[in-house]
Design a binder for this molecule. Structure first.
Ligand code: ADP
Ligand code: ZN
Ligand code: ZN
Length: 729
């Protein structure tokens, strides 16, 4: 039965309800009321849904429905501002590419909600004029009330009109004794952590010029390079300046730009440079903002008032309506991959969005991913701006060294202290020790929910699981055998902090940067700022210390336990380790001042691992060449795609059985299905994993999605949850 309508306006909205249940898939048809005729794609509606109300997003408009018109419900309300149509299309694409649902993907692009949403009105400010000042001196008649208002303005300076009395001020304004200005009350997120040091636009070096000259034609619409660039430049080579000038050219052409950065708290300097260069046309979007601020920044972008959006991975969804350029800074950073459903990769989404808008994509890194080297047009910045060479890197073999610091590391730190200089020490492990074991019976204290060892924190204080957050008091004796000989193994940032304090005293203050030390808003930026302004000291922390900071005059960089990342059973382990060492080396020896000769020490149990030896030689081309060969042989990305499927359940057999069933359903679709392989228990759930290698990614994502849907009812009955992760990290 068809409802065929007369008139031209489409009056049926196809609405995707925003529910999290996988089983509910829209869109569902609703009949628009006459006063809702301006509803378009992307409008957010409140609609009746079953016996409830729900929010939904309009995917399409139509004139006809499968159902009779009178059987269609009407939306209750339209909730502005809605989602721009191009972001609706992007969300639908994400749902398909990442084996998610349209509702979940739409959740990524919704305007940040603002309680009591209406935009705040500009505030009118009144200020005393010159005639006003004269009037106060007696030249002109004033009532007592008027005199009092003018006196207040004279004494306290300009003030909001509402604070002083609108009627009186209006009359004064009509006589020219005060003037009004409108001020936008929206509080801009300001970046307090860093001093502005970049006021003027520097003259580009020849190499920067060449890179920019390759990009500019693409911004102008020249398609010979495909408009997809990888700026491969050593740390400190001036990549950010190239981004800034590319953004400048984009704005000059009347288009907008998105600049993606890794976690914003770790890159305040980059954000500040964009704000300093472009001022109010820059909007910053990130989760550290209050809801109100986020909403306001979103609206500034949507209205075109702001035309550059700087932010972490979610900023790829900035509501700009004409994007000329998308920059992905530090493109190797794992934070670009989203860990929850939809498990999107902002770098891939950026490429898609660039295609939608006909924009140029500019990714940059000192340690680019092999994928990007193959897919993008590479531009190079081989030298540091300050002309200093990259620091020499020495690899220290830790076999047989029974102390967390190698003797040479100790000596080097003592030199730093003597010179009143600065060092950065990286250890990718929080806490006090790696694990705790009984010397009597050998038992290791494990998490009751996860199959991992608990980590000692706060000296003797407590044990914590780094996966589920489980905590307990540290044992004073073994619960199994009663022995009091409880031994700590391995070091964490906390114990190294104590180690450094004991060894070097207050002359070499330690600034610890990890999620324990810097929990709480602003602490992280604060620690970085204190280290920057200190004259001497050690910045100690997890991989956070190696990220993008531009500190002048770091004399020494140390990586403790560099092969720790190598021990992860992951095909990106080598890439990670290489990046970690190279990025840390990149923080060292910057700046124009002549300090002590800078250097880097890398402590490792695997001194011959190629990711470490090549990083020590700053040989990223050598590393990329070997890594690409290895990936080609194994059909890993970029020569093939991977999809990871994890089944988890309270019972190991249930998880394993479902994975086996999925294997059988997926195998006929081609590709290689590996597993089921057990993973360690996590948060009280046993897990079983399949890894699928395939040539045709989308076809395989669809096959996996189909198999998961087919098993959905069974999975629910058995208490198994399934997560699908295309392009896992
Ligand atoms: P990268 O992003 O490659 O690590 P940056 O863009 O942070 O490098 O540049 C390193 C330093 O050099 C920064 O302090 C920056 O202000 C400065 N710089 C960049 N380009 C120039 C230039 N052309 N002239 C002078 N200084 C520059
Ligand atoms: Zn024991
Ligand atoms: Zn746990």
């Amino acid at each position: 039965m068809h409802a065929n309508l007369t008139g031209s306006a489409p009056i049926i909205a196809r609405v995707e309800p925003l529910t999290l249940t996988r089983a509910v898939r829209g869109p569902f048809d609703y009949r628009l009321r006459p006063e809702q005729s301006d509803v378009g794609v992307g409008a957010v509606l409140r609609v009746p849904f079953g016996h409830q109300k729900t929010l939904g997003v309009v995917l399409e408009l139509a004139r006809e429905s499968e159902l009779a018109l009178e059987r269609l419900a009407e939306p209750d309300a339209v909730l502005p501002p809605g989602v721009p149509p191009d972001l609706v299309a992007l969300a639908r694409w994400i749902a398909e590419q990442y084996c998610s649902t349209p509702a979940r993907a739409l959740g990524l692009v919704l305007p940040p909600d603002a309680p009591g949403a209406a935009r705040r009105k500009p505030v009118q400010i009144a200020a005393l004029t010159e005639p006003g000042e004269k009037a106060l001196l007696g030249e002109g008649r004033l009532t007592d009330r008027q005199r009092s208002v003018l006196t207040q303005l004279q004494n306290a300076g300009p003030a909001p009109v509402t604070a002083l009395g609108r009627d009186t001020l209006r009359r004064l304004e009509s006589r020219g004794l005060v003037e009004f200005t409108s001020v936008d009350p929206v509080k801009r997120p300001v970046n307090r952590a860093v001093g502005r040091r970049l006021d003027g636009v520097p003259e580009l070096t020849g190499e920067q010029r060449d890179a920019l000259d390759a990009i500019l034609p693409a911004l102008g619409g020249d398609e010979r390079t495909g408009g997809r660039f990888l700026l491969h430049g050593v740390t400190g080579s001036g990549k950010t300046e190239v981004y800034l000038q590319a953004v400048q050219a984009t704005l000059a052409a009347g288009r907008g730009a998105i600049v993606l950065v890794p976690e914003i708290a770790l890159t305040p300097q980059t954000v500040a440079r964009f704000q300093a260069r472009f001022g109010d046309v820059v909007a910053v979007l990130h989760s550290g903002l209050g809801r109100r601020e986020r909403h306001d920044e979103w609206l500034r972008l949507r209205s075109g008032e702001a035309r550059v959006c700087v932010g972490p991975r979610s900023a790829v969804f900035a509501p700009l309506d004409d994007i000329g350029l998308i920059v992905v800074d530090e493109e190797h950073d794992p934070s670009y991959k989203h860990e929850g459903d939809p498990r999107y990769d902002a770098r891939t989404v950026a490429l898609r969005r660039a295609r939608q808008h006909g924009s140029v994509l500019l990714a940059g890194s000192a340690t680019p991913r092999p994928e990007s080297v193959v897919a993008l047009h590479r531009l190079r910045l081989p030298r540091r701006i300050d002309g200093r060479p990259l620091p020499p890197v020495e690899v220290l073999d830790m076999c047989g060294v029974h102390h967390p610091l190698h003797p040479r590391t100790r000596m080097a730190l003592a030199d730093v202290r003597a010179a009143g200089a600065k060092a950065i020490v990286l250890l990718n492990r929080r806490g006090w020790s790696n694990f705790l074991a009984c010397r009597g019976c050998g038992q290791v204290w494990m998490c009751p929910n996860c199959e991992v060892a608990l980590v000692l924190h706060g000296a003797q204080g407590f044990l914590a699981c780094h996966h589920c957050g489980h905590r307990r008091r540290a044992p004073s004796r073994c619960e199994e055998c009663g022995s009091v000989a409880v031994a700590r193994h391995g070091a964490g940032t906390e114990s190294i902090e104590r180690e450094l304090r004991d060894a070097f005293g207050s002359e070499l203050p330690v600034f610890r940067l990890d999620t324990d030390a810097t929990a709480g808003k602003g602490r992280l930026a604060d620690t970085l700022a204190r280290f920057e302004s200190a004259s001497s000291g050690v910045l100690l922390g997890t991989q956070m210390v190696a990220k993008g900071h531009d500190f002048a005059d770091i004399a020494l960089g140390v990586v403790l336990d560099a092969d720790q990342t190598l021990r992860f059973p992951d095909f990106r382990a080598e890439e990670r380790t290489f990046a970690l060492v190279t990025q840390l080396a990149g923080r060292v020896g910057r700046g124009f001042d002549s300090g002590p000769p800078a250097r880097v020490l890398v402590q490792t149990l695997a001194p011959a691992a190629r990711s470490i030896t090549l990083a020590a030689r700053h040989d990223s081309d050598g590393f990329l060449g070997l890594e690409l060969k290895r990936r080609e042989v194994l059909a890993y990305p970029p020569y093939g795609s991977l999809i990871r499927v994890v089944c988890s359940a309270p019972e190991a057999t249930e998880a394993h059985d479902l994975a086996t069933r999925l294997h059988a359903l997926i195998a006929p679709a081609g590709g290689t299905v590996l597993g089921p392989a057990p993973l360690f228990r996590l948060r009280g759930r046993s897990r079983s994993q399949l890894v699928i290698k395939c040539a045709d990614r989308l076809a395989m994502v669809r096959a996996v999605g189909g198999a998961v849907d087919e098993c959905a009812a069974l999975a629910v009955r058995r208490g198994v949850s399934v997560s699908v992760d295309p392009d896992p990290q």
